[in-house]
Design a protein around this ligand. Structure first.
Ligand SMILES: Cc1ncc(COP(=O)(O)O)c(C=O)c1O
Length: 447
C-alpha cells in the first residue's frame, strides 16, 4: 500500500472520515448556527476565511478563559492554536479585561492620544531597541504603513519578500512567487499593478537577495526572522541574518522584521533573542491581548523622516485609539512580563520533544519544528530551509485528521500549515495531554 510520511492514505482517510462524522454529530448547535448564517454571511461565517481554516464545519464559540475555549455545544478545548498566535496571553485575561472595561467606561475613541500610548511605545522601545513607534488596527495595516515609510525614506520602489511569506492581506503583500520568480497576485481582485513593487528572493539564499539589492532599486527587505506561515517553521541558517544585515546595509536597503508571530519567542521577539538589528519591526496580534492592534517601530532616522514628509504614510480613524492603547499597556506592563516567555518556551520544547518521541517510537519519519513556544510537524523529518522545501511537507488530509482527532478529545489544534504553540497559561500537564492524544492517533495510524 502506498505510504506518504510513513502512513497509508487509506488509513488516514478511514480515520478522518470516522473522526469527522463524530466531530460533526457532536456539534449540532454549531451546525444550526452555520446553516442559519449561510444566507446572511458568505460561507456561513462573518469572515469567509474562517471557514477555510479547517476542513470540518465551523465551531461557534461560547467563551474562552485562559487556555480554554468553550463551544456552543458545551465542548471544552485546550487551545494550542492561540487564534493563530494572536492570544499568547490566553483568553479573557483579567488584567486585560479590567483595563479594557475601565477604558470603555471612560471613552474608547477620540482621535486624540491618551497617556497609555506613551507607556506602550516606551515598553516596545525597551524590548525591541527601536526608539520610535506608530500604531494601527492590525499587523496588516502596520506592514502597509511600514512599507510606505521605507519607500518614502529611501526614494526607492521595490520591496523584497521571501517565497512562502505571509505579511497580512494588504493587496501588495498578497503576491506569490511564480515559477519564473515573478510576483503575481494571489487572489482574484488583486491586480498585477498592486504587486508590481514586489520582487522575490529565496529564504536562506543570500545570493538571491544580493542579486536584487545590487540593482540599487530596493527600498526594503521584509521578512519574518524565522518564517512561520508556510507549513510550519523555516529557521534561518546560522549566518543568514548577519549576511542579510550586511547586504542590506551595503546597498542602502532597509531591513524590516515582521514579528507579528515570532513576538511570542521572547519579550523582544526574535530580534531580542537572536540580537538582530533591524531598521523597523512590525507587531500585531498578541500585543493587544485580543483587541485588534498593530504597531511598528523604527530607527531615529526614519522617525525624523516621519516628522517631516513621512507622516502621510499613516492614518486610520480607529488606529491607535484609547481602547487599543489600554489593552496594549495591560498586556505589556502587567501580563507578558519578561519571565513568562521562558516558561512558554520551555513548554514549546516539551511539545517538540514529545512529538519527536511519539514519532520515533512509532517508526514514523515525522519530526518537530522548534521555535521557542511553538512546535509543529515536519512530516518528512527533514527540516525545510526554504519555502520550496517546506511545500514538500504538505499533507492536507493528515493535517485535517490531526485536527478533528484532537477536537474530539478536547485539543484545539493549530490551523493547517501552522503548529501547536504554548501560551502563558499552559502547564506541563496540558502539553502531556496534547502528546497523549497524539500518541493515541499515531497508534491508530500505524497499528
Ligand atoms: C507574519 C505576519 N504578519 C502580518 C500578519 C497580519 O496580521 P493580521 O491578520 O492580524 O493583520 C500575519 C497574520 O497571520 C502574519 O503572520
Amino acid at each position: 500500500m502506498t505510504q506518504k510520511f510513513g502512513v497509508t492514505q487509506v488509513r488516514v482517510e478511514a480515520l478522518r472520515q470516522r473522526e469527522t462524522e463524530r466531530f460533526e454529530r457532536a456539534r449540532p448547535k454549531s451546525a444550526q448556527l452555520t446553516a442559519r448564517a449561510h444566507p446572511r454571511m458568505a460561507r456561513g461565517v462573518p469572515m469567509a476565511w474562517m471557514s477555510s481554516l479547517y476542513e470540518h464545519q465551523p465551531v461557534w464559540v461560547e467563551s474562552g478563559a485562559g487556555k480554554w475555549i468553550l463551544d456552543v455545544d458545551g465542548h471544552r478545548y485546550l487551545d494550542f492554536n492561540l487564534a493563530d498566535s494572536s492570544v499568547f496571553t490566553g483568553h479573557a485575561r483579567p488584567e486585560i479585561t479590567e483595563a479594557v472595561a475601565a477604558r470603555l467606561a471612560l471613552g474608547a475613541q477620540f482621535l486624540q492620544p491618551t497617556e497609555d500610548a506613551l507607556v506602550v511605545a516606551g515598553e516596545l522601545a525597551r524590548r525591541f531597541a527601536l526608539p520610535s513607534w506608530q500604531f494601527t488596527a492590525s499587523a496588516t495595516n502596520a506592514v502597509s504603513e511600514a512599507l510606505r515609510v521605507a519607500r518614502g525614506a529611501t526614494g526607492r520602489n521595490l520591496v523584497v519578500l521571501f517565497d512562502g511569506h505571509y505579511h497580512g492581506h494588504a493587496d501588495e503583500t498578497q503576491a506569490i512567487r511564480a515559477v519564473d520568480g515573478a510576483a503575481v497576485p494571489q487572489w482574484a481582485g488583486i491586480l498585477p499593478g498592486h504587486v508590481s513593487g514586489i520582487t522575490f528572493a529565496v529564504f536562506n539564499d543570500i545570493e538571491s537577495v544580493d542579486l536584487l539589492l545590487r540593482t540599487g532599486r530596493v527600498a526594503a527587505v521584509l521578512t519574518e526572522p524565522a518564517m512561520t506561515n508556510h507549513q510550519g517553521v523555516i529557521l534561518p541558517s546560522p549566518n543568514f541574518h548577519s549576511d542579510l544585515r550586511r547586504a542590506t546595509r551595503e546597498h542602502g536597503t532597509l531591513l524590516l522584521l515582521d514579528e507579528t508571530h515570532t513576538q511570542m519567542a521572547g519579550p523582544g521577539g526574535l530580534t531580542g533573542r537572536w540580537n538582530l538589528d533591524p531598521d523597523m519591526v512590525i507587531l500585531g496580534k498578541s500585543i493587544g491581548g485580543g483587541v485588534p492592534v498593530g504597531a511598528y517601530g523604527m530607527r531615529s532616522e526614519l522617525a525624523t523622516f516621519m516628522e517631516t514628509d513621512g507622516w502621510g504614510a499613516t492614518g486610520g480613524t480607529l488606529f491607535a485609539n484609547a481602547l487599543q492603547m489600554a489593552a496594549c499597556r495591560a498586556v505589556l506592563v502587567e501580563v507578558l512580563l519578561d519571565d513568562v516567555y521562558d516558561n512558554a518556551a520551555r513548554l514549546g520544547a516539551r511539545l517538540a520533544d514529545g512529538i519527536d518521541v511519539v514519532s520515533i517510537e512509532a517508526g514514523l519519519p515525522w519530526r518537530a519544528h522548534r521555535l521557542f513556544n511553538r512546535s509543529g510537524y515536519c512530516f518528512s523529518g527533514t527540516q525545510p530551509t526554504n519555502a520550496a522545501e517546506a511545500r514538500t511537507q504538505l499533507h492536507p488530509s493528515l493535517w485535517a485528521l490531526l485536527r478533528v482527532y484532537g477536537g474530539n478529545r478536547g485539543v484545539w489544534e493549530a490551523i493547517e500549515g501552522s503548529g501547536p504553540a504554548a501560551g502563558i497559561d499552559h502547564t506541563e500537564a496540558d502539553v502531556d495531554h496534547y502528546l497523549h492524544t497524539l500518541r493515541s492517533l499515531v497508534h491508530e495510524l500505524v497499528s
